[in-house]
Design a protein around this ligand. Structure first.
Ligand code: PRX
Length: 644
């Protein structure tokens, strides 16, 4: 890492960036030395408040108590829409690009206002009020944003569930936060393939007796079942709704949304974010890290079902009055030039995607890129997983024509917004490094015993203090919040990631240090996949680990023990894959399933995952000591039969 190449700061031909090197250092210093003063200034600059706050920051990591701008009153929907109407009513808020290249919609801020108000009134007409939870299970169409902002407008708490999740996964999320209303569409389409969202919802709701209303946006005119007492044709209802809806006054610490994410153990956690601090953090990072200027066309390719979609398709850009592009499709459909054709079609200036997409497109070859212009691009971003140097260089040279800086942004569902990233006007780039902390962010590297390491170091990445966008709790289980993030090393937020810091103070994220997988940027717990496999009646036990995968970043490798005498065959393998698709969704399908007569366990019965990981990575020479195993001979069988 220390001998890595450094790319100097680029001057933009069109404008001066918001932050230069000197300003970064000055602002960073102030942000950590005088946080109250710094954040007050920022909160006034970025957010319109109905009433000022009483305390800027009130944080106690020892008790997992995190509060920002207490007493301050605002409304997120007002900040993302209404306040822009004075100057920007006719400006495009959302560009929608459909799955097929000839489908597009342009939604102005005025239209956004009217659509959101109608949706908010529709929710109210079904009794939804402040604090109620609403589940959103949608394709990537503008209505997903309308739904989120409509909830924010009336103080309802949304829980967006990724459209690729199965009915079973949808059900458990609806039940966990007791959502009574679901907003969905008849169907979605990605890469020409239909996603039966309404049918999935019907299946999920068989076991959700509290759900009394399902809004169905007719998007594909798909053939769907109808439950008259529960289902509402939103396109029809909308015509009766007023395009005006007053905003609810919310406290800065009132919940804005719940978003489920996977951890190392147990079922997915409902990460709870609140209103004031979150909005400030995403607006500010969107402006500074993407060097957003008025009039820019900005495109983040994430799905609304993930935190990146929440913070950097909708809330951050709209708070700043930007034009944000919402894309329904996939990078490779109808051709591998699609991303770049969309860039040219809409003259995108800022483009933010995931390493897995970059690697997949890189594998197709340069021609698909070079046949497009991409002259409008000024800045490129990366998120979701470590970006390998080869992919970074390709993104920089082939996609960006060596003209566009790359911001490699490190953050998590829990952090709400970006914490470590270059600022394009302030940070020389090193491919593969997320570089330096954003304002107010104080990372540290700890050794296993919790000692803070100085200078060049390698260990666990933690945060020494809070930032406004930090999650506030696990929905319905505050103790789990404390246990997961604050119990390992007292006084620190534990990220679950490992990192190196080099001699220039740059951070290099090495990946998860817990049992969380990151497959194509999709986060999942090994335990979730194992629990699904264990549902098969012939499975006695299973263990799942990740291994390096050229395109996905990580692949899923499952070791499965069958009950007495059962032989592994293709039929059982397919059944296992089907179970996982049913329980979680296609994103969790194992890449490899190995039959195992037994698993390497300690004498106390704990599975030695370290050994399984080495086998899955095909690094059997570095398996190390197996003498503490109850039965060391198990390992040889697994090695001999490994799948490569
Ligand atoms: O391991 C880190 C990886 O993704 C994890 C967070 O996943 P999720 O909550 O789904 O949020 C993804 C989008 C923010 C982190 O713990 N990760 C995310 N961004 C990067 C990254 N790893 C390395 N470099 C990044 N830029």
């Amino acid at each position: 890492m220390s001998d890595s190449k450094t790319y100097p700061i680029k001057q933009f031909s069109t404008h001066t960036p918001h932050i230069d090197e000197e300003k970064y250092l000055r602002m960073y210093q102030q942000s950590v030395q005088e946080p109250d003063k710094f954040w007050s200034r920022m909160a006034h600059e970025f957010i319109d408040w109905f009433e000022p706050w009483k305390t800027v920051k009130n944080v106690d990591y020892k008790n997992a108590s995190i509060k920002w701008f207490e007493g301050g009153k605002l409304n997120v929907s007002y900040n993302c829409i209404d306040r822009h109407l004075k100057d920007k009513a006719d400006h495009t808020a959302i560009i929608w690009e459909g799955d097929e290249p000839d489908q597009q919609r342009y939604i102005s801020y005025q239209e956004l206002h009217d659509e959101v108000c109608k949706m908010a009134n529709a929710l109210k007409s079904r009794g939804v009020k402040k604090g109620d939870r609403v589940c959103i299970y949608m394709p990537m169409i503008p209505e997903v944003g309308f739904a989120m902002l409509a909830c924010a407008r009336i103080g309802a708490v949304h829980s967006v569930v990724f459209g690729g999740f199965s009915p079973e996964a949808l059900k458990s999320r609806i039940l966990d936060s007791d959502c009574r209303v679901v907003i969905t569409a008849d169907a979605g389409v990605r890469g020409g393939k239909t996603v039966p969202l309404k049918a999935n919802t019907d299946k999920a709701l068989k076991d959700c007796p509290n759900v009394h209303s399902v809004f169905v946006v007719k998007h594909r005119l798909a053939d769907i079942d109808w439950h008259a007492e529960r289902d509402i044709d939103y396109n029809e209802l909308k015509t009766e709704m007023e395009p005006e809806c007053p905003v609810e006054t919310m406290d800065a610490e009132d919940p804005l949304f719940i978003l489920y994410t996977s951890g190392s153990t147990g079922k997915p956690k409902g990460v709870l974010h609140t209103s004031g601090g979150y909005l400030l953090h995403v607006a500010m990072t969107h402006k500074y890290i993407f060097d957003y200027h008025d009039g820019d066309i900005y495109w983040c390719t994430a799905d609304a079902g993930w935190i990146t979609g929440h913070s950097y398709i909708f809330y951050g850009p709209l708070a700043n009055g930007a034009t944000t592009l919402v894309f329904e499709g996939v990078p490779s459909y109808p051709t591998p030039s699609r991303f770049w054709q969309v860039v040219d079609k809409h003259k995108v200036n800022i483009f933010y995607t995931a390493p897995t997409a970059i690697r997949a497109l890189m594998a197709v070859g340069d021609d698909a890129v070079k046949s497009t212009s991409r002259k409008s691009l000024r800045l490129l971003g990366s998120v979701g997983e470590p970006i390998n140097v080869e992919a970074w260089e390709w993104y920089y040279k082939v996609v960006g024509d060596e003209r566009c800086p790359i911001v490699d942004t490190w953050w998590q569902t829990e952090t709400g917004g970006i914490l470590i990233s270059p600022l394009p006007g302030a940070t020389p780039l090193k491919p593969g490094s997320a570089t330096r902390p954003f304002f107010g962010v104080q990372p540290a590297i700890l050794d296993q015993d919790g000692n803070e390491l100085d200078g060049k170091a390698s260990g666990y990445l933690v945060m020494k203090d809070s930032w406004p966008g930090q999650m506030r709790s696990v929905y319905g289980d505050h103790d789990r919040f404390f246990q997961t993030y604050f119990s390992q090393y007292s006084g620190y937020y534990f990220t679950g990631d490992g990192a190196n810091r080099d001699e220039d103070g740059y951070y290099w994220i090495t990946g998860r240090v817990d049992d969380v997988l990151n497959v194509s940027g999709h986060r999942m717990g090994t335990a979730e996949v194992e629990n699904a496999l264990d549902l098969h009646p012939l499975v006695a036990e299973s263990a799942v680990v990740g291994y390096p995968h050229d395109i996905k970043g990580q692949g899923i490798y499952a070791f499965v023990i069958f009950k007495n005498g059962v032989e592994f065959n293709d039929e059982i393998k397919q059944q296992l894959i089907d179970i996982i698709t049913e329980e979680i969704g296609p994103i969790a399908k194992p890449d490899k399933i190995q039959w195992a007569p037994d698993l390497p366990k300690t004498r106390s019965g704990k599975i030695m995952r370290r050994i399984l990981r080495k086998i899955a990575e095909n690094q059997v020479e570095s398996i190390g000591d197996t003498s503490t195993l109850a039965d060391p001979s198990v390992v040889q069988h697994l090695i001999d039969n490994r799948l490569h």
